[in-house]
Design a binder for this molecule. Structure first.
Ligand code: FES
Length: 577
Protein backbone atom coordinates (compact mmCIF):
# COMPACT_ATOMS: atom_id res chain seq x y z
CA UNK A 1 0.00 0.00 0.00
CA UNK A 2 1.37 3.42 -0.93
CA UNK A 3 1.62 5.89 1.89
CA UNK A 4 1.26 8.94 -0.42
CA UNK A 5 -1.46 7.70 -2.73
CA UNK A 6 -4.05 10.43 -3.01
CA UNK A 7 -4.15 14.17 -3.45
CA UNK A 8 -1.47 16.67 -4.32
CA UNK A 9 1.83 15.53 -2.85
CA UNK A 10 3.07 19.10 -3.09
CA UNK A 11 0.69 20.17 -0.37
CA UNK A 12 1.80 19.96 3.22
CA UNK A 13 -1.61 18.54 4.19
CA UNK A 14 -0.90 15.46 2.04
CA UNK A 15 1.36 14.45 4.94
CA UNK A 16 -1.91 13.77 6.78
CA UNK A 17 -4.54 13.16 4.10
CA UNK A 18 -2.58 11.77 1.18
CA UNK A 19 -1.89 8.36 2.64
CA UNK A 20 -3.90 5.21 2.12
CA UNK A 21 -2.54 3.52 5.24
CA UNK A 22 -3.82 3.41 8.79
CA UNK A 23 -2.55 6.91 9.56
CA UNK A 24 -4.38 8.36 6.55
CA UNK A 25 -7.55 6.55 7.60
CA UNK A 26 -7.32 8.07 11.07
CA UNK A 27 -6.69 11.61 9.83
CA UNK A 28 -9.52 11.53 7.28
CA UNK A 29 -12.12 9.45 9.06
CA UNK A 30 -12.47 11.64 12.11
CA UNK A 31 -12.71 14.74 9.92
CA UNK A 32 -15.48 13.06 7.95
CA UNK A 33 -17.65 13.18 11.04
CA UNK A 34 -18.09 16.85 10.12
CA UNK A 35 -19.56 15.87 6.76
CA UNK A 36 -16.58 16.44 4.49
CA UNK A 37 -16.82 14.44 1.19
CA UNK A 38 -13.90 12.27 0.02
CA UNK A 39 -12.73 14.69 -2.65
CA UNK A 40 -11.98 17.45 -0.11
CA UNK A 41 -9.00 15.37 0.91
CA UNK A 42 -7.81 14.98 -2.64
CA UNK A 43 -5.44 17.87 -3.05
CA UNK A 44 -7.35 20.99 -2.05
CA UNK A 45 -5.36 23.41 0.09
CA UNK A 46 -6.34 23.17 3.74
CA UNK A 47 -6.57 26.70 5.14
CA UNK A 48 -6.41 27.26 8.86
CA UNK A 49 -8.27 30.28 10.20
CA UNK A 50 -6.59 31.00 13.51
CA UNK A 51 -9.27 32.90 15.38
CA UNK A 52 -8.80 34.86 18.58
CA UNK A 53 -12.57 35.11 19.04
CA UNK A 54 -13.73 35.15 22.66
CA UNK A 55 -16.58 36.62 24.64
CA UNK A 56 -13.87 37.57 27.13
CA UNK A 57 -12.07 39.61 24.50
CA UNK A 58 -14.85 42.06 23.72
CA UNK A 59 -12.81 43.70 20.95
CA UNK A 60 -12.79 40.31 19.18
CA UNK A 61 -16.33 39.13 19.88
CA UNK A 62 -17.35 39.49 16.22
CA UNK A 63 -14.51 37.42 14.81
CA UNK A 64 -16.69 34.32 14.52
CA UNK A 65 -18.86 36.28 12.03
CA UNK A 66 -15.81 37.49 10.17
CA UNK A 67 -14.45 33.93 9.99
CA UNK A 68 -17.59 32.95 8.04
CA UNK A 69 -16.69 35.51 5.39
CA UNK A 70 -13.13 34.21 5.20
CA UNK A 71 -14.56 30.72 4.73
CA UNK A 72 -16.67 31.86 1.79
CA UNK A 73 -13.57 33.11 0.04
CA UNK A 74 -11.57 29.97 0.79
CA UNK A 75 -14.32 27.66 -0.55
CA UNK A 76 -14.71 29.83 -3.62
CA UNK A 77 -10.98 29.61 -4.41
CA UNK A 78 -10.95 25.84 -4.05
CA UNK A 79 -9.55 25.50 -0.56
CA UNK A 80 -10.99 23.97 2.57
CA UNK A 81 -11.38 26.40 5.51
CA UNK A 82 -10.78 25.08 9.01
CA UNK A 83 -11.26 27.47 11.91
CA UNK A 84 -9.24 26.77 15.00
CA UNK A 85 -8.92 28.62 18.29
CA UNK A 86 -5.81 30.06 19.75
CA UNK A 87 -5.70 31.77 23.06
CA UNK A 88 -7.47 35.12 23.11
CA UNK A 89 -6.08 38.07 25.04
CA UNK A 90 -8.65 40.62 26.21
CA UNK A 91 -6.74 43.76 27.06
CA UNK A 92 -9.46 45.12 29.33
CA UNK A 93 -10.27 41.85 31.11
CA UNK A 94 -7.08 39.87 31.69
CA UNK A 95 -5.12 40.33 34.92
CA UNK A 96 -2.48 41.12 35.84
CA UNK A 97 -1.91 42.24 32.24
CA UNK A 98 -2.58 40.76 28.79
CA UNK A 99 1.07 41.33 27.92
CA UNK A 100 2.06 38.60 30.38
CA UNK A 101 0.36 36.12 28.05
CA UNK A 102 1.49 37.40 24.64
CA UNK A 103 4.34 34.91 24.51
CA UNK A 104 2.10 32.07 25.72
CA UNK A 105 -0.40 32.80 22.96
CA UNK A 106 2.41 32.93 20.42
CA UNK A 107 3.44 29.45 21.52
CA UNK A 108 -0.14 28.17 21.23
CA UNK A 109 -0.43 29.65 17.75
CA UNK A 110 2.93 28.28 16.62
CA UNK A 111 2.27 24.74 17.80
CA UNK A 112 -1.33 24.74 16.54
CA UNK A 113 -0.21 25.70 13.07
CA UNK A 114 2.70 23.30 12.96
CA UNK A 115 0.90 20.32 14.44
CA UNK A 116 -2.20 20.50 12.25
CA UNK A 117 -2.85 19.49 8.63
CA UNK A 118 -2.90 22.97 7.16
CA UNK A 119 -1.19 24.46 4.13
CA UNK A 120 -1.73 28.13 4.88
CA UNK A 121 -3.22 30.26 7.61
CA UNK A 122 -5.31 33.38 8.10
CA UNK A 123 -4.54 35.06 11.41
CA UNK A 124 -7.82 36.56 12.54
CA UNK A 125 -7.23 38.94 15.39
CA UNK A 126 -7.69 42.27 17.06
CA UNK A 127 -7.18 43.80 20.49
CA UNK A 128 -3.63 44.73 21.32
CA UNK A 129 -1.68 41.55 22.01
CA UNK A 130 -3.43 39.12 19.69
CA UNK A 131 -1.96 40.43 16.44
CA UNK A 132 1.68 40.32 17.60
CA UNK A 133 1.18 36.98 19.37
CA UNK A 134 -0.34 35.42 16.26
CA UNK A 135 2.31 36.80 13.95
CA UNK A 136 5.16 35.77 16.26
CA UNK A 137 3.81 32.22 16.30
CA UNK A 138 3.15 32.06 12.56
CA UNK A 139 6.57 33.53 11.78
CA UNK A 140 8.23 30.68 13.66
CA UNK A 141 6.44 28.15 11.41
CA UNK A 142 6.60 30.13 8.15
CA UNK A 143 3.65 28.69 6.24
CA UNK A 144 1.85 31.03 3.80
CA UNK A 145 0.06 33.53 6.05
CA UNK A 146 -2.27 36.50 5.79
CA UNK A 147 -3.31 38.64 8.74
CA UNK A 148 -6.90 39.85 8.91
CA UNK A 149 -7.71 42.33 11.66
CA UNK A 150 -11.13 42.64 13.25
CA UNK A 151 -11.30 46.39 12.64
CA UNK A 152 -11.98 49.34 14.93
CA UNK A 153 -15.22 50.27 16.68
CA UNK A 154 -17.37 53.11 15.41
CA UNK A 155 -16.58 56.52 16.91
CA UNK A 156 -17.76 57.12 20.46
CA UNK A 157 -20.53 59.68 20.99
CA UNK A 158 -21.07 61.34 24.36
CA UNK A 159 -23.39 64.32 24.78
CA UNK A 160 -22.68 65.67 21.34
CA UNK A 161 -18.94 65.04 21.65
CA UNK A 162 -16.99 62.39 19.76
CA UNK A 163 -14.99 60.37 22.25
CA UNK A 164 -12.22 57.86 21.71
CA UNK A 165 -11.57 54.49 23.33
CA UNK A 166 -9.01 54.75 26.07
CA UNK A 167 -7.89 58.30 25.33
CA UNK A 168 -11.05 59.75 26.84
CA UNK A 169 -10.97 57.26 29.71
CA UNK A 170 -7.69 58.83 30.81
CA UNK A 171 -9.05 62.34 30.24
CA UNK A 172 -12.35 61.74 32.03
CA UNK A 173 -10.66 59.95 34.90
CA UNK A 174 -8.37 62.91 35.54
CA UNK A 175 -11.39 65.24 35.29
CA UNK A 176 -13.16 63.26 38.02
CA UNK A 177 -10.07 63.41 40.22
CA UNK A 178 -9.77 67.15 39.59
CA UNK A 179 -13.41 67.58 40.66
CA UNK A 180 -14.52 68.70 37.18
CA UNK A 181 -16.69 65.68 36.27
CA UNK A 182 -19.19 63.76 38.38
CA UNK A 183 -18.96 60.03 38.97
CA UNK A 184 -22.43 59.65 37.41
CA UNK A 185 -21.34 61.39 34.21
CA UNK A 186 -18.19 59.29 34.18
CA UNK A 187 -20.26 56.11 34.26
CA UNK A 188 -22.67 57.42 31.63
CA UNK A 189 -19.75 57.74 29.24
CA UNK A 190 -18.98 54.00 29.38
CA UNK A 191 -21.61 52.84 26.88
CA UNK A 192 -21.11 55.97 24.78
CA UNK A 193 -17.48 55.05 24.26
CA UNK A 194 -18.13 51.50 23.03
CA UNK A 195 -20.97 51.81 20.52
CA UNK A 196 -20.15 48.82 18.33
CA UNK A 197 -18.08 45.72 18.08
CA UNK A 198 -14.43 46.15 17.17
CA UNK A 199 -11.17 47.22 18.76
CA UNK A 200 -10.30 50.65 20.15
CA UNK A 201 -11.24 53.40 17.74
CA UNK A 202 -8.23 55.58 18.59
CA UNK A 203 -4.70 55.05 17.25
CA UNK A 204 -4.06 52.73 20.17
CA UNK A 205 -2.05 49.55 20.00
CA UNK A 206 -4.66 47.44 18.19
CA UNK A 207 -5.16 50.05 15.48
CA UNK A 208 -1.44 50.65 15.26
CA UNK A 209 -0.69 46.96 14.84
CA UNK A 210 -3.49 46.56 12.28
CA UNK A 211 -1.98 49.45 10.29
CA UNK A 212 1.60 48.24 10.65
CA UNK A 213 0.90 44.70 9.48
CA UNK A 214 -0.73 46.34 6.46
CA UNK A 215 2.34 48.54 5.97
CA UNK A 216 4.53 45.43 6.14
CA UNK A 217 2.52 43.80 3.35
CA UNK A 218 1.22 40.81 5.33
CA UNK A 219 -2.45 41.89 4.86
CA UNK A 220 -4.59 42.95 1.94
CA UNK A 221 -4.97 46.73 1.45
CA UNK A 222 -7.11 48.70 3.93
CA UNK A 223 -6.78 46.11 6.67
CA UNK A 224 -5.81 48.79 9.15
CA UNK A 225 -8.79 51.07 9.24
CA UNK A 226 -12.07 49.63 7.88
CA UNK A 227 -14.49 49.70 10.83
CA UNK A 228 -15.39 46.31 12.29
CA UNK A 229 -19.07 46.67 11.43
CA UNK A 230 -18.61 48.16 7.94
CA UNK A 231 -19.65 45.69 5.24
CA UNK A 232 -16.33 46.34 3.55
CA UNK A 233 -14.60 44.60 6.47
CA UNK A 234 -16.61 41.48 5.52
CA UNK A 235 -15.59 41.96 1.89
CA UNK A 236 -11.94 42.17 2.99
CA UNK A 237 -12.43 38.91 4.91
CA UNK A 238 -13.89 37.27 1.81
CA UNK A 239 -11.01 38.47 -0.35
CA UNK A 240 -8.50 37.32 2.26
CA UNK A 241 -10.06 33.87 2.13
CA UNK A 242 -9.70 33.80 -1.65
CA UNK A 243 -6.15 35.08 -1.60
CA UNK A 244 -4.72 32.71 1.01
CA UNK A 245 -5.53 29.78 -1.27
CA UNK A 246 -3.48 31.35 -4.05
CA UNK A 247 -0.73 32.17 -1.59
CA UNK A 248 -0.43 28.46 -0.80
CA UNK A 249 -0.23 27.64 -4.50
CA UNK A 250 2.45 30.32 -4.92
CA UNK A 251 4.21 29.16 -1.74
CA UNK A 252 4.68 32.76 -0.64
CA UNK A 253 5.74 32.78 3.01
CA UNK A 254 6.06 35.36 5.80
CA UNK A 255 9.85 35.19 5.62
CA UNK A 256 9.62 36.51 2.04
CA UNK A 257 7.28 39.35 3.03
CA UNK A 258 8.52 40.38 6.48
CA UNK A 259 11.99 41.46 5.49
CA UNK A 260 14.16 44.25 6.86
CA UNK A 261 12.49 46.51 4.30
CA UNK A 262 9.04 45.68 5.61
CA UNK A 263 10.12 46.57 9.16
CA UNK A 264 11.61 49.85 7.94
CA UNK A 265 8.34 50.71 6.20
CA UNK A 266 6.44 49.86 9.38
CA UNK A 267 8.58 52.16 11.55
CA UNK A 268 7.98 55.06 9.18
CA UNK A 269 4.26 54.44 8.89
CA UNK A 270 4.11 54.15 12.69
CA UNK A 271 5.57 57.64 12.96
CA UNK A 272 3.28 59.11 10.30
CA UNK A 273 0.13 57.71 11.91
CA UNK A 274 1.20 58.64 15.47
CA UNK A 275 1.27 54.96 16.39
CA UNK A 276 1.54 53.32 19.78
CA UNK A 277 4.81 52.89 21.66
CA UNK A 278 3.78 49.26 22.16
CA UNK A 279 4.56 48.63 18.50
CA UNK A 280 8.23 48.88 19.46
CA UNK A 281 8.28 45.83 21.67
CA UNK A 282 5.96 43.85 19.38
CA UNK A 283 7.88 44.46 16.16
CA UNK A 284 11.17 43.65 17.88
CA UNK A 285 9.68 40.34 19.00
CA UNK A 286 8.33 39.49 15.54
CA UNK A 287 11.70 40.33 13.95
CA UNK A 288 13.39 38.07 16.49
CA UNK A 289 11.33 35.13 15.28
CA UNK A 290 12.29 35.81 11.66
CA UNK A 291 15.95 36.48 12.31
CA UNK A 292 15.59 39.94 10.77
CA UNK A 293 18.33 42.33 11.97
CA UNK A 294 16.08 44.95 13.50
CA UNK A 295 16.89 46.65 16.80
CA UNK A 296 15.63 49.32 19.17
CA UNK A 297 18.13 51.73 17.62
CA UNK A 298 16.45 51.22 14.24
CA UNK A 299 13.24 52.71 15.64
CA UNK A 300 15.05 55.97 16.29
CA UNK A 301 17.14 55.92 13.12
CA UNK A 302 14.33 55.08 10.72
CA UNK A 303 11.74 57.30 12.39
CA UNK A 304 13.91 60.43 12.09
CA UNK A 305 12.55 62.96 9.64
CA UNK A 306 9.15 61.29 9.35
CA UNK A 307 6.35 63.82 9.86
CA UNK A 308 3.08 63.23 11.67
CA UNK A 309 0.42 63.06 8.96
CA UNK A 310 -2.55 61.42 10.63
CA UNK A 311 -4.68 63.50 12.97
CA UNK A 312 -6.02 60.80 15.28
CA UNK A 313 -6.33 60.50 19.04
CA UNK A 314 -4.28 60.32 21.16
CA UNK A 315 -1.87 62.51 19.16
CA UNK A 316 -4.70 64.38 17.40
CA UNK A 317 -8.44 64.83 17.09
CA UNK A 318 -10.10 62.19 14.93
CA UNK A 319 -10.87 58.48 15.15
CA UNK A 320 -10.23 55.33 13.10
CA UNK A 321 -13.53 55.56 11.27
CA UNK A 322 -12.46 58.96 9.95
CA UNK A 323 -9.07 57.54 9.00
CA UNK A 324 -10.68 54.93 6.76
CA UNK A 325 -12.96 57.47 5.10
CA UNK A 326 -9.92 59.71 4.50
CA UNK A 327 -8.00 56.99 2.65
CA UNK A 328 -6.40 54.81 5.33
CA UNK A 329 -2.90 53.34 5.28
CA UNK A 330 -2.48 53.27 1.47
CA UNK A 331 -3.02 57.03 1.31
CA UNK A 332 -0.44 57.56 4.05
CA UNK A 333 2.12 55.33 2.33
CA UNK A 334 1.59 57.11 -0.95
CA UNK A 335 1.98 60.49 0.74
CA UNK A 336 5.23 59.38 2.42
CA UNK A 337 6.76 58.95 -1.03
CA UNK A 338 10.48 58.24 -0.90
CA UNK A 339 10.36 57.47 2.81
CA UNK A 340 8.72 54.17 1.89
CA UNK A 341 10.43 51.37 -0.03
CA UNK A 342 7.71 50.73 -2.55
CA UNK A 343 9.43 47.74 -4.13
CA UNK A 344 8.59 45.66 -1.07
CA UNK A 345 6.36 42.66 -1.85
CA UNK A 346 2.95 42.09 -0.27
CA UNK A 347 0.67 39.10 0.16
CA UNK A 348 -1.64 40.51 -2.51
CA UNK A 349 1.02 39.64 -5.09
CA UNK A 350 1.52 43.31 -5.88
CA UNK A 351 4.39 45.46 -4.69
CA UNK A 352 3.70 48.30 -2.26
CA UNK A 353 4.05 50.68 -5.23
CA UNK A 354 1.34 48.87 -7.19
CA UNK A 355 -0.82 48.59 -4.11
CA UNK A 356 -0.83 52.28 -3.24
CA UNK A 357 -0.75 53.62 -6.79
CA UNK A 358 -4.49 54.20 -6.93
CA UNK A 359 -5.02 55.27 -3.34
CA UNK A 360 -6.73 58.57 -2.72
CA UNK A 361 -6.73 61.03 0.15
CA UNK A 362 -10.10 62.56 0.97
CA UNK A 363 -10.35 65.83 2.88
CA UNK A 364 -7.39 67.59 4.40
CA UNK A 365 -7.73 67.40 8.17
CA UNK A 366 -7.45 63.67 8.88
CA UNK A 367 -4.52 62.75 6.62
CA UNK A 368 -2.18 65.67 6.12
CA UNK A 369 0.38 66.04 3.37
CA UNK A 370 4.14 65.93 3.82
CA UNK A 371 4.14 69.57 2.75
CA UNK A 372 1.66 70.44 5.49
CA UNK A 373 2.26 67.97 8.35
CA UNK A 374 0.82 68.12 11.84
CA UNK A 375 4.36 67.91 13.22
CA UNK A 376 7.73 67.66 11.49
CA UNK A 377 9.23 64.89 13.63
CA UNK A 378 6.96 62.07 14.67
CA UNK A 379 9.29 59.14 15.19
CA UNK A 380 9.41 57.38 18.53
CA UNK A 381 12.55 58.60 20.27
CA UNK A 382 14.97 56.12 21.85
CA UNK A 383 16.75 57.57 24.87
CA UNK A 384 19.95 56.43 26.50
CA UNK A 385 21.91 57.54 29.53
CA UNK A 386 23.01 56.26 32.90
CA UNK A 387 19.35 55.77 33.84
CA UNK A 388 18.62 53.61 30.79
CA UNK A 389 21.86 52.02 29.54
CA UNK A 390 19.98 49.72 27.15
CA UNK A 391 17.42 52.29 26.16
CA UNK A 392 14.02 53.76 26.94
CA UNK A 393 11.39 55.21 24.65
CA UNK A 394 9.10 58.23 24.44
CA UNK A 395 6.46 59.25 21.93
CA UNK A 396 7.15 62.96 21.46
CA UNK A 397 3.96 63.66 19.51
CA UNK A 398 1.88 62.58 22.51
CA UNK A 399 3.99 64.62 24.95
CA UNK A 400 4.02 68.26 26.03
CA UNK A 401 6.61 70.04 23.89
CA UNK A 402 7.80 72.22 26.77
CA UNK A 403 8.64 69.15 28.86
CA UNK A 404 10.77 67.40 26.24
CA UNK A 405 13.77 69.14 27.75
CA UNK A 406 13.36 69.14 31.48
CA UNK A 407 15.22 68.75 34.74
CA UNK A 408 13.46 67.88 37.96
CA UNK A 409 13.67 66.08 41.26
CA UNK A 410 12.53 62.48 41.42
CA UNK A 411 9.48 61.47 43.40
CA UNK A 412 9.99 57.73 43.63
CA UNK A 413 7.43 54.94 43.95
CA UNK A 414 8.88 51.51 44.65
CA UNK A 415 5.88 49.62 43.23
CA UNK A 416 2.46 50.20 41.70
CA UNK A 417 0.94 49.60 45.14
CA UNK A 418 3.19 52.25 46.65
CA UNK A 419 2.15 54.62 43.87
CA UNK A 420 -1.58 54.04 44.38
CA UNK A 421 -1.27 54.43 48.14
CA UNK A 422 0.57 57.76 48.06
CA UNK A 423 -0.13 59.63 44.82
CA UNK A 424 -3.14 61.51 46.24
CA UNK A 425 -1.66 62.01 49.70
CA UNK A 426 -1.92 65.76 50.40
CA UNK A 427 1.44 65.54 52.16
CA UNK A 428 3.24 64.05 49.16
CA UNK A 429 6.21 66.29 48.43
CA UNK A 430 5.68 66.97 44.76
CA UNK A 431 5.41 69.98 42.50
CA UNK A 432 4.78 70.40 38.81
CA UNK A 433 8.51 70.28 38.01
CA UNK A 434 9.02 66.97 39.78
CA UNK A 435 9.59 63.76 37.83
CA UNK A 436 7.46 60.78 38.87
CA UNK A 437 9.51 57.57 38.91
CA UNK A 438 7.85 54.16 39.12
CA UNK A 439 9.78 50.91 39.68
CA UNK A 440 8.86 47.24 39.58
CA UNK A 441 6.72 47.31 36.42
CA UNK A 442 9.05 45.76 33.85
CA UNK A 443 8.76 42.36 32.15
CA UNK A 444 10.16 40.39 35.14
CA UNK A 445 9.18 42.69 37.94
CA UNK A 446 5.42 42.95 37.56
CA UNK A 447 5.57 40.45 35.79
CA UNK A 448 4.42 41.26 32.26
CA UNK A 449 5.24 44.96 31.85
CA UNK A 450 1.71 46.41 32.27
CA UNK A 451 0.35 49.64 30.86
CA UNK A 452 0.82 51.75 33.97
CA UNK A 453 3.58 54.05 32.74
CA UNK A 454 1.16 56.93 32.17
CA UNK A 455 0.80 57.41 35.92
CA UNK A 456 -2.15 59.59 36.95
CA UNK A 457 -0.96 62.94 38.24
CA UNK A 458 -1.16 63.85 41.95
CA UNK A 459 -4.66 65.08 42.74
CA UNK A 460 -3.38 68.27 44.35
CA UNK A 461 -1.61 69.22 41.12
CA UNK A 462 -4.62 68.33 38.97
CA UNK A 463 -6.69 70.65 41.12
CA UNK A 464 -4.20 73.41 40.33
CA UNK A 465 -4.71 72.83 36.62
CA UNK A 466 -1.51 70.85 35.94
CA UNK A 467 -2.15 68.49 33.02
CA UNK A 468 1.22 66.86 32.35
CA UNK A 469 4.43 65.96 34.15
CA UNK A 470 7.50 63.95 33.20
CA UNK A 471 7.03 60.33 34.23
CA UNK A 472 9.61 57.53 34.01
CA UNK A 473 9.17 53.79 34.50
CA UNK A 474 10.02 50.35 33.23
CA UNK A 475 6.34 49.85 32.34
CA UNK A 476 4.53 50.33 29.03
CA UNK A 477 1.56 52.62 28.49
CA UNK A 478 -1.63 52.13 26.53
CA UNK A 479 -1.33 53.22 22.95
CA UNK A 480 -4.40 55.34 23.59
CA UNK A 481 -2.62 57.32 26.30
CA UNK A 482 -0.65 60.54 26.14
CA UNK A 483 1.74 62.65 28.17
CA UNK A 484 5.47 63.17 28.64
CA UNK A 485 6.04 59.57 29.58
CA UNK A 486 9.35 57.71 29.35
CA UNK A 487 8.67 54.02 29.04
CA UNK A 488 10.23 50.60 28.90
CA UNK A 489 13.43 51.64 30.69
CA UNK A 490 15.97 48.86 30.14
CA UNK A 491 17.29 47.10 32.08
CA UNK A 492 14.23 47.18 34.33
CA UNK A 493 14.52 47.81 38.06
CA UNK A 494 13.78 44.20 39.09
CA UNK A 495 16.72 43.08 36.94
CA UNK A 496 19.04 45.51 38.70
CA UNK A 497 18.86 48.33 36.17
CA UNK A 498 19.87 51.80 37.40
CA UNK A 499 16.18 52.66 37.75
CA UNK A 500 16.28 50.51 40.89
CA UNK A 501 18.84 52.88 42.41
CA UNK A 502 16.91 56.16 42.03
CA UNK A 503 15.99 57.83 45.32
CA UNK A 504 13.62 60.62 46.26
CA UNK A 505 15.12 63.99 45.50
CA UNK A 506 17.65 62.77 42.93
CA UNK A 507 17.90 65.13 39.98
CA UNK A 508 16.99 63.68 36.60
CA UNK A 509 17.53 65.43 33.26
CA UNK A 510 15.54 64.63 30.16
CA UNK A 511 16.69 65.83 26.75
CA UNK A 512 14.62 64.22 24.03
CA UNK A 513 16.32 66.12 21.22
CA UNK A 514 19.66 64.90 22.57
CA UNK A 515 18.14 61.44 23.13
CA UNK A 516 19.28 61.30 26.73
CA UNK A 517 17.87 60.60 30.15
CA UNK A 518 20.41 61.19 32.90
CA UNK A 519 20.45 60.58 36.63
CA UNK A 520 22.59 63.26 38.23
CA UNK A 521 24.24 61.00 40.79
CA UNK A 522 27.96 60.25 40.76
CA UNK A 523 29.23 56.89 39.57
CA UNK A 524 30.72 56.24 43.02
CA UNK A 525 27.41 56.92 44.74
CA UNK A 526 25.57 54.72 42.25
CA UNK A 527 28.07 51.93 42.87
CA UNK A 528 27.51 52.23 46.62
CA UNK A 529 23.75 52.03 46.11
CA UNK A 530 24.17 49.04 43.82
CA UNK A 531 26.17 47.18 46.43
CA UNK A 532 23.41 47.75 48.97
CA UNK A 533 20.60 46.85 46.54
CA UNK A 534 18.79 43.56 47.01
CA UNK A 535 16.83 42.03 44.12
CA UNK A 536 13.14 41.61 44.89
CA UNK A 537 12.15 38.03 45.76
CA UNK A 538 10.65 36.02 42.88
CA UNK A 539 7.10 35.32 44.00
CA UNK A 540 6.10 33.11 41.09
CA UNK A 541 6.77 29.58 42.30
CA UNK A 542 5.29 27.54 39.49
CA UNK A 543 3.42 27.42 36.21
CA UNK A 544 3.50 29.82 33.31
CA UNK A 545 4.29 32.88 35.44
CA UNK A 546 7.47 31.17 36.66
CA UNK A 547 8.44 30.24 33.11
CA UNK A 548 7.85 33.87 32.18
CA UNK A 549 10.05 35.46 34.82
CA UNK A 550 12.80 32.92 34.20
CA UNK A 551 12.93 33.43 30.45
CA UNK A 552 11.53 36.80 29.43
CA UNK A 553 14.02 39.15 27.82
CA UNK A 554 14.17 42.86 28.49
CA UNK A 555 11.95 45.34 26.67
CA UNK A 556 14.75 46.57 24.42
CA UNK A 557 14.87 43.05 22.95
CA UNK A 558 11.11 42.69 22.50
CA UNK A 559 10.28 40.90 25.78
CA UNK A 560 10.06 37.55 24.00
CA UNK A 561 11.28 34.39 25.70
CA UNK A 562 14.95 33.66 25.13
CA UNK A 563 14.10 30.13 23.91
CA UNK A 564 11.53 31.34 21.35
CA UNK A 565 13.91 33.35 19.20
CA UNK A 566 14.01 32.08 15.64
CA UNK A 567 11.96 29.58 13.72
CA UNK A 568 11.46 25.81 13.81
CA UNK A 569 9.80 25.53 10.41
CA UNK A 570 6.69 23.52 9.65
CA UNK A 571 7.95 19.95 9.56
CA UNK A 572 6.62 17.38 12.03
CA UNK A 573 8.58 14.16 11.89
CA UNK A 574 6.46 11.62 13.74
CA UNK A 575 2.93 10.26 13.57
CA UNK A 576 0.54 10.32 16.49
CA UNK A 577 -0.51 6.67 16.59
FE1 FES B 1 -9.03 45.87 22.87
FE2 FES B 1 -8.18 48.49 22.97
S1 FES B 1 -8.90 47.20 24.57
S2 FES B 1 -8.19 47.12 21.34
Amino acid sequence: MSDQAVGDPELRSARWYGKLDRDGFIHRSWMKSDGYPDDLFGGRPMIGICSSWSDLTPCNSHLDDLAEHVKRGVWEAGGVPLVFPAMSLGETQLLPTAMLFRNLMSMAVEESIRGNPIDGVVLLGGCDKNTPAQLMGAASVDLPTIVLSGGPKLSGQYRGERIGSGTDVWRFSESVRAGEMSAADFMAAEACMSRSKGFCNTMGTASTMACLVEAMGITLPQNGAIPAVDSRRAVLAHLTGRRIVDLVREDLRPSQILTETAFANAVRVCAAIGGSTNAVVHLLAIAGRLGVPFTLADWDRLGKGVPLLVNLMPAGDHLMEDFYYAGGVPAVMQELGDLIDTEAPTVSGASVAEQVAHSERFGSDVIHTVADPLQDEAGIAVLHGNLAPDGAIIKPVAATAALLQHTGRAVVFESIEDFKARIDDPDLEVDADAILVLKGCGPQGYPGMPEVGNMPLPRKLLERGITDMVRISDARMSGTAYGTVILQVSPESAAGGPLALVRNGDVISLDVAGRSVHLDVSDDELEERRTAWQPPPVEQERGYARLYVDHVQQANLGADFDFLLGSSGSEVKRESH
